[in-house]
Design a binder for this molecule. Sequence first.
Ligand code: PLP
Length: 332
Amino acid sequence: MHLSRFPRVHLAHLPTPLELLPNFSKALGGPNIYIKRDDCTGLGSGGNKTRKLEFLIADAVAQNADVVITQGATQSNHARQTVAAACKVGMDCEILLENRTESTERDYVESGNVFLDKLFGAGVTHYSKDTDMVEAMEVMAADLKAKGRRPYIIPGGGSNAIGALGYVNCAIETLTQANDRGLRIDHFVTATGSAGTQAGLVVGFEATNSNIPLLGIGVRAPKEKQEENVFKLACATADMMEIPGIVTRDKVVANCDYVGGGYGVPTDSMIEAVSMMAKLEGILMDPVYSGKGLAGLIDLIRKGNFKADDNIVFLHTGGSVALFGYLKAFDL
Ligand SMILES: *Cc1c(COP(=O)(O)O)cnc(C)c1O
């Protein structure tokens, strides 16, 4: 396994910090909780998509593209990081946003990530819930081609085998940090959505024989579907890396009990998790992914799923910019 075989543009501040959360751990009275700060990847206010974009944008450059197209939910962190990455390499960017929550709140539709998409100069087009966004991107690409442009489509969440390489890299980086300081990682926990993050991590942890159990906390799909999506993408990533079969199905585990009313719909446990982390550690989570992921971790700790001396690493995937799209949910 050797990542340098793949084209890469350096966009992220790496390695991201791996920090103990002393107050948060104490408040839960159980295991030691560490946080891997991928909210600090640096590009355009950071987040997990930046690691994926290092490989995706390099592929766009290799294909001589002059415009990237991507899609996401209205408050997509992926879209915001994609246009920032396009800015870095001098490409244009078209963003297609699906109003998956059907919110008409002005904050949700115009502030947070949407405001930044426009500040970075993206073309932004809004679509209603349940639009076929893959097809919409293809239509956009065909239109641009007809105008003589060279579009490159980045899938939602940057989640294909190329993007997942960014999280293979994160697994290796985290292991190196832990080995350097003699930290034994007993569990690694992340929010999981379009699957690229968990897929890359599971490939990285398996290919290094780390024996670190990886848990994804789902934010949209039911468990069976989420695990299937992650497993498929992990297999495709391993195949591309020429280490086929490195991930077995049993290593892909998702808990999807914390989605609540649906993707991007606030839950009480998310509000509690975001508020706890802000007040105890001065760290901003996000309302759609890391907040629900952390809510899941908190609940599992309270239910006694971990040992008192376990060391848990929670991946902070970023997204705090989206908080500004959710003022009403917090009711402060
Ligand atoms: C996209 C995203 C995730 C989920 O990552 P996937 O690779 O899509 O599973 C988690 N947290 C934040 C903040 C995100 O923007």
